[in-house]
Design a binder for this molecule. Sequence first.
Ligand SMILES: Cc1cc2nc3c(=O)[nH]c(=O)nc-3n(C[C@H](O)[C@H](O)[C@H](O)COP(=O)(O)OP(=O)(O)OC[C@H]3O[C@@H](n4cnc5c(N)ncnc54)[C@H](O)[C@@H]3O)c2cc1C
Length: 297
Amino acid sequence: MKPPPFDYHAPRSLGEALEILAAAGREGKVLAGGQSLIPMLNMRLTHPRHIVDVNGLTELATVEAGPGGVLVGALARHAQVEHSEQVAAVQPLLRRALRLVAHPVIRNRGTVVGSLAHADPAAELPAVLALLGGSVRLASAGATREVPAGAFFTGPLESALRPGELAVSALFPALAPRSGTAFHEVARRHGDYAVAGVAALVVLDEDLRVVTARAACVSAGPVPVVVDVSGACGHRPWGSADWRGAAAAVRDGTEPEADIHASADYRRHLLGVLAERALTEAARQAAQEVERKAARG
Ligand SMILES: Cc1cc2nc3c(=O)[nH]c(=O)nc-3n(C[C@H](O)[C@H](O)[C@H](O)COP(=O)(O)OP(=O)(O)OC[C@H]3O[C@@H](n4cnc5c(N)ncnc54)[C@H](O)[C@@H]3O)c2cc1C
């Protein structure tokens, strides 16, 4: 199928892009990697009158990894973030998650910020941003605002983005000391969107007791579902914490829906199994990190 007719704009600067978006209002759509927008246009699921192609804004193709976290510009491709050793050192969950996103050819073109803006509850990166407590920077002609992940995702394919706004970057906070992460999912075929998935973050103290344990679930509701199970782990040593009980609490904190791929019950079952795997792996990663640090002195 062919897309509905639209006016195509290719701004050469951020200021120009914001002016075009301001004039277009509700009729404007940003084109980034096009890996979600182009299929939606071709299937006539969206009918914008103005497409604002931001691929010429090379100033937004940035990835900065520092002590505060990883700041990803709007034009940074999935692959650019996935393959960065600096990113992997500052926040390893990004690489873990990105390897589960589609196929390399799609990751070469699709953007991290585009995936957040698309706000698909089956996508990995919104769950990562929500789990880590990251944020998205939104710009419009004359204003910018920083929206925390918890307020950014508002429904399936819906976000806090207003007409005229462009998401210019996203901040994924750095991994804290004595922390570990993991991401497990089940997809019908490798590279497909997940039927269910769980990202986990575990923080230990110096005696390897669980301080924080959190999970973010994919395909578990209209937005990424974050469940804090620190209490369920009762500040116990990570090796004897009740991870099965914690995983059950994660599962019970979700309300997945049925679709053509899975029943709601099957999804809930998967979320429990995946949560246990992700939480225990994240705890193991955290313990190894503590041991590596102790060995280094
Ligand atoms: C076969 C296939 C399999 C896939 N599998 C997965 C998967 O397993 N997991 C997964 O997470 N994704 C998957 N994707 C989607 C892929 O990750 C997309 O790249 C991503 O969702 C959107 O990024 P994009 O840069 O291509 O955005 P686009 O397609 O260009 O845009 C998507 C939406 O976001 C808006 N948008 C984009 N950038 C901005 C911005 N900076 N500011 C404001 N609005 C913006 C657009 O207007 C549009 O509404 C798959 C895609 C395909 C084709």
